[in-house]
Structure formats: C-alpha cells, structure tokens
Design a protein around this ligand. Structure first.
Ligand code: ADP
Ligand code: ZN
Ligand code: MG
Length: 489
C-alpha cells in the first residue's frame, strides 16, 4: 500500500509531467553541441535559430535513448510515431512553435512500480520526444522571475536540446509518494545513462497536477498545475501546500479554479501564473519537415535485453536477499555505490556485513571527503581484507574502525599491515584476558561487592574498564564470558 494523503474526508490525486533533457552529443534537430554551461549563444546554428528555409533532421540517438527509457518504464513503443508542431509565441522559441509529439508519441501506456512494503504503481500515460526552449534570464530583479525584473535576455544554447516528456496518470496519492516516485524514476533514467537528471541544472524538471476529491469517489476533482518544481523537497512541499489550499477552499464552500501555479519555496506560498481562460490552444498539426519515426520490434527487444539492472529490480534483489528496505533503497538509487557493494559482498561472501560497512564507515567517509564510491581510495578489495580480519577474530570492531581510517589516509596501506604496525590484534586468549580481569577486579572491590549483591548492571562498567586496560583490543565477547564466570565463581 501507498501512504495516502487523506484529510477531513478528502483524498489527494496527483499526476506528474516530467521533462528529462537527454545527454546526447548534439541537439535534437541540428548538429550543435548539446552542452550546458558554455558561453551564451555559442552553440547555435541556422536550424536551432530558425533561420528561414533551415530544415530539421531528427537525432537518431535521442530516439534510441527515449525508447530505452520507455522500455524501462514498461511502455509500449509503437511501430510509428510522429512529430507535431505545438504553436506558441514566446521569445524562448525562435520558430514560434515547438517540435513535439501529439497523438502519436514515441512511448505509450507504461507502468512503473515503486517497490517495497508500502509500494504502489503509477501508470505512465506516454513519453514523447520534443525540443527544449531557449533559456530566458530575467535580469535586474532579486527574484530571478519575470515580474520585478528590468528586462529579459535569451540564451539560445539550450534551444533544441532533446527533451523527453514523461506523463503519468493521476495515480499518485500523496506528496510523499510523488517524491518517492520521482526519486526512483530519476534513478532509473540515470541508471540507463540517458540523462544526468540534475534538477539544479534543469536537466530534470517536474510539473505536478494536483486535485482532491471525497474519499471513495471515482471522479476526479478540478486540478491545478504546479510548474517546475526544481527539487524533490520543493515538489513534496509544494504539493502539500496546494492540497491544504484546495481543502481550505472546498471547506469554505468555494470552488477550485483550474489554473497554473508557481510555488515559492522561500515563503511556502502559491501564486497564479495563468487561469483556464488564458490556457493556450496550441493548434497542433503534424510536422511537415520530418518523416514519421519507425521502429522495428526485433531491435526494440534487443534494446530491452541490453538494459542494465534497473533500480526497482535491484531493490527487489537486495530485499529478497535480506537487506532492509531503507538500505536497499539507497543502493537501488546509487548505481556506483551498488556496484561497490556488489563487489564487496562477493569478496566477503556476506551481504549483511558488506551492507553494514557500506552504509556505515564507507558512506561516512564518502560524505566527509565528498567522494563517489568508485573514487574512494578504500577499494572493495582493501575493505574486504579488513572485514576478513574481523571475521577471523584477528581484530575487534573498535580496532577495525581505526584500520579503516588508516586505509583512507594511506592508499598504499593494507589492513593486515596496519594491524601489525599499530599492534591492534585482539587480546583474546584466556590467560591474557585473565590478567586484565584480575587487575580490574582488584582495583574495584566496591563494584565487585555490588555485583555480588545483585546489581548485575555494574558488569557493563567492569567490561569497560577491562577494555580500557587492553587499549581497546580485548575480544569483547570472550571478555564478557570470562568476567561473568570470574564474578560468579
Ligand atoms: P491537460 O489537458 O490539462 O494537459 P491532461 O489530461 O493531459 O491535462 O493531464 C495532464 C496531467 O495532469 C497528467 O499527468 C494527468 O495525470 C494529470 N491529471 C489529469 N487530471 C487530473 C486531476 N483531476 N487531478 C490531478 N491530476 C490530474
Ligand atoms: Zn543548432
Ligand atoms: Mg495534456
């Protein structure tokens, strides 16, 4: 089951429209570099600037990558799809229309499953290929928005960037589920390699369509659309704020107006961008300058077979192997960390121990040093050697942490080398432990009395003292056993 948003007899209904910029080498309909961050208006040509007579040619790699994403979302890829013109006038579109797809999209009717104990399914209506608009920069104000700015400038580097628009059915039932769905969808596209999906750089953008209805109703209420939520947190917060606003209106006996809204994360407020009366009629018609895209189902089957392991499948593989869901989700959405984990688990032969180390010491070190798993000096091979020393009883957990830190510090060091150099091997023999225990018991007669008088918990203190005496190297389990035996003798 999902985790639905329900309040005062109403439930949430949410559908997402997600734009993914594909990371092809060139733009969608011309050979300009498809690159972020270059000097403005340098990656442009006659085609993407819409000079008269310039003709578009569809980017085959963009079509292929879109099909791969569609297959990963369980979509049907029809034999024929078609480009259409979506007409509108705005300075970010030099042609005064956008080449998009309309009634014959590249990908149709998919299904995406968010796995887990509180998982749910979202139907994918379609995924269609289009070109991005130019980037408008509203200068001279403080908000970066058009209102309050002194003027706008246009960077055409972005115009013509291949854009895959993924549209879901209104199957999502809470702001949290919207975030969870988008997180896994993003991870899926990233795993495929079709896009970096960096929300900050705008290569992943999501619009949320939101309505509420009485619980149990099968009809949908009037929806509003929240534009361009540019982080997972803002998406969740924006939808939450909009659900509350709609609930307030209905409870006050008012109607929801169909409109497009902007969510301001700083103030948490929603403002209207345009209402239904101002809605565009795009007058779509088939693009006469481009041939329809044809697909061959045998090639698509091969494309599907070559997809890498996807986050949802990885999540299920790991949870079935006994990894807890929270850990499995982290590994499912981070392909590099998962590759590290799989390598480590294969070397140690114990996925639980491997997952404890990856989620604990390794993650802490990666975060502290701002490294990706593949870039860590502590390779799976080096960490596996360390883990082997714990498993065979050479060192205890305390020493293991010190060894790990040493492996981070010195890329040449080996776990066994560090243990030897720093004399970290565990004190485990009965004789050696016995000596330590004798000394500690002699030094703490009051605690020994207390234990014998029934205050069992002082054993924790005595174990701690023994551990200290051993310089942190005592075999904790053996120590506990011996100490108990000695005290009750
Ligand atoms: P429009 O004609 O406004 O573009 P669509 O029917 O094409 O609307 O749907 C656009 C998006 O809005 C889809 O993601 C869809 O799931 C979502 N949606 C449609 N109706 C509702 C509704 N009543 N509540 C929430 N989302 C909705
Ligand atoms: Zn160009
Ligand atoms: Mg629509």
């Amino acid at each position: 089951m999902s985790t639905p948003w329900q309040k005062d007899g109403y439930e949430a209904v949410i559908g997402l429209e997600i734009h993914v910029q594909l990371n092809t080498a060139s733009k969608m309909f011309c050979s300009c570099p498809n690159q972020f961050g270059d000097e403005p208006n340098t990656n442009v040509c006659f085609v993407c600037l819409a000079h008269p007579g310039a003709l578009p040619v569809a980017n085959a790699e963009a079509v292929r990558q879109s099909a791969r994403v569609g297959l990963a979302l369980g979509c049907r890829i029809p034999d024929v799809s078609e480009f259409s013109r979506k007409q509108y006038f705005y300075p970010d579109s030099p042609k005064a229309y956008q080449i998009s797809q309309y009634d014959q999209p590249l990908c149709a009717e998919g299904l995406f499953r968010v796995p887990g104990a509180d998982g749910f399914e979202v139907r994918i209506t379609r995924a269609h290929l289009e070109e991005d608009a130019a980037k408008m920069i509203h200068a001279g104000g403080d908000s970066g928005r058009i209102s309050g700015s002194a003027g706008s400038i246009v960077d055409f580097n972005r115009v013509g960037t291949p854009l895959l628009e993924i549209v879901t059915e209104p199957d999502i039932r809470s702001p949290e589920d919207a975030r969870r769905f988008l997180t896994l969808l993003r991870a899926t596209v990233v795993a495929i390699g079709a896009s970096e999906c960096d929300m900050e750089k705008g290569s992943l953008r999501a619009d949320a369509n939101v309505s509420i209805r009485p619980i149990g109703s099968t009809e949908y209420g009037t929806k509003t659309e929240l534009k361009n939520m540019n982080s997972f947190r803002f998406l969740e917060r924006g939808v939450e704020a909009e659900l509350e606003r709609q609930l307030g209106l209905l409870q006050a006996g008012e109607k929801i107006e169909q409109e497009t809204l902007h969510f301001d994360p700083a103030s948490g407020t929603l403002s209207s961008l345009r209402s239904k009366e101002q809605a565009h009629d795009y007058r779509y018609f088939p693009e006469p300058d481009l041939l329809p895209v044809t697909q061959d189902q045998a090639s698509l089957a091969a494309l599907a077979a070559e997809l890498p392991e996807l986050p949802v499948a990885r999540f299920e593989r790991l949870t079935e192997a006994g990894i807890v869901e929270a850990t499995a989700l982290v590994l499912a959405t981070d392909t590099e960390l998962a590759a590290y984990f799989d390598d480590l688990a294969a070397r140690t032969g114990d996925i639980k121990v491997a997952s404890n180390w990856v989620m604990g010491e390794l993650q802490a070190h990666l975060n502290a040093d701002n490294l990706s798993a593949a870039a860590s000096p502590v390779t799976p091979a080096r960490l596996a050697e360390l883990i082997a020393l714990i498993v065979d009883g050479t060192i205890n957990q305390t020493a293991a942490k010190e060894v790990f830190a040493a492996l981070v510090e010195d890329p040449q060091a080996t776990a066994s080398g560090v243990v030897e150099e720093r004399d970290l091997a565990q004190v485990g023999g009965d004789d050696a432990l016995g000596e330590i225990i004798d000394a500690v018991l002699a030094a703490h007669p009051d605690e020994v009395e207390a234990f014998k008088g029934g205050r069992e918990q002082v054993i924790g203190f005595l174990v701690g003292q023994c551990m200290k005496q051993s310089g942190g190297r005592a075999d904790a389990k053996a120590l506990q056993g011996l100490l108990r035996a000695r005290l009750s003798a």
